[in-house]
Ligand binder design. Structure first.
Ligand SMILES: [Zn+2]
Length: 298
């Protein structure tokens, strides 16, 4: 942890605030918040793993412009080809930069369900809706299907490194992939620390998500790199579990007492998590989503 902090403190900035996290892993850290003209949609993280043969990237960021800036930053560290980009899940801030990677000749790896989401036209529907909600941010986004899909654990051998890709879905979405490199886990939005996780996806499965968090904990990661915020350790897994459990248990209890969804939202507006990032943006939507999800679980 001390080493990690030192690494961050002496972090070298290469244009897009690239931070060296470990010997071979670099990160660009987005702001907290929703997409806006000010943040240009840069509100998530992207990681570059340097191997002898070239770069392996985790998540594309939200737009091709940001994806290009990230690739340029990586190339300032080491001029080497971008070989692969692995998408942790189908939320816009993790894969809407895909076209820049395709142009750069990288192979895009994602969960099988992300390809389905694209093939069935839902991805473009989401893009159109997002363009309307956040005007001027996503104008140049062009979606494309992944080149390689996975739906079971696979090992990617690149430049003497073994990168494991482990589907852990359904949880945050039905497209969640965890990437393992030595003791490091790249977890997308499955784990967060003091940032409210989004439980409102149409394919969310919070009960399974809690099981996934147990599984992640059992893997004893030395370092957890998420889709948002700073590098984490295993305490973040407990924090994420405690929030999801809090919402599930309180919604269930109030539901059993016969309260309507609006009454439950009102009752849970305040919570021990209210000082966390994204509370305003996500918490009420999470309560609403879990209310509906519990119906399906019964
Ligand atoms: Zn997400």
């Amino acid at each position: 942890m001390v080493v990690l902090l030192l690494n961050l403190l002496v972090a070298l900035a290469f244009g897009m605030n690239l931070v060296k996290v470990t010997e071979n892993v670099y990160m660009a850290k987005g702001a907290y918040g929703l997409p806006s003209k000010e943040n240009r949609g840069f509100m998530s993280n992207s990681y570059g793993i340097l191997t002898r043969e070239g770069w392996v990237v985790i998540d594309t960021l939200s737009t091709p412009e940001l994806a290009k800036e990230f690739m340029e930053a990586l190339k300032r560290v080491k001029e080497a080809p971008i070989l692969y980009v692995i998408i942790t899940h189908y939320h816009m801030d993790h894969w809407f930069g895909i076209s820049a990677y395709k142009e750069a000749g990288a192979k895009v790896i994602a969960h099988k369900n992300l390809k389905e989401f694209y093939d069935e036209g839902f991805a473009d529907m989401v893009l159109e809706a997002i363009k309307e909600s956040f005007p001027g941010v996503f104008d140049n986004v062009k979606l494309a299907p992944p080149d390689v899909v996975v739906d079971s654990r696979v090992k990617l051998r690149v430049g003497k490194k073994i990168i494991e890709i482990i589907p852990m879905t359904p949880a945050h979405t039905n497209t969640d992939l965890v990437v393992k490199l030595d003791g490091i886990l790249f977890v997308g939005d499955l784990v967060s620390y003091k940032r409210i996780p989004f439980l409102g996806d149409r394919n969310v499965a919070t009960k399974r998500w809690l099981e996934v968090l147990e599984r992640i904990k059992k893997m004893k990661p030395k370092l957890i790199l998420g889709g948002h915020g700073d590098p984490m350790d295993v305490r973040a897994v407990d924090w994420t579990k405690s929030y999801i459990t809090y919402v599930r248990e309180n919604v269930r209890k109030l539901k059993e007492e016969g309260l309507f969804v609006d009454e439950i939202k009102e009752a849970l507006k305040d919570s021990p998590f209210k000082d966390s990032y994204m509370y305003e943006e996500f918490h009420m939507r999470n309560v609403y989503s879990v209310f509906n999800e519990l119906d399906m679980e019964l």
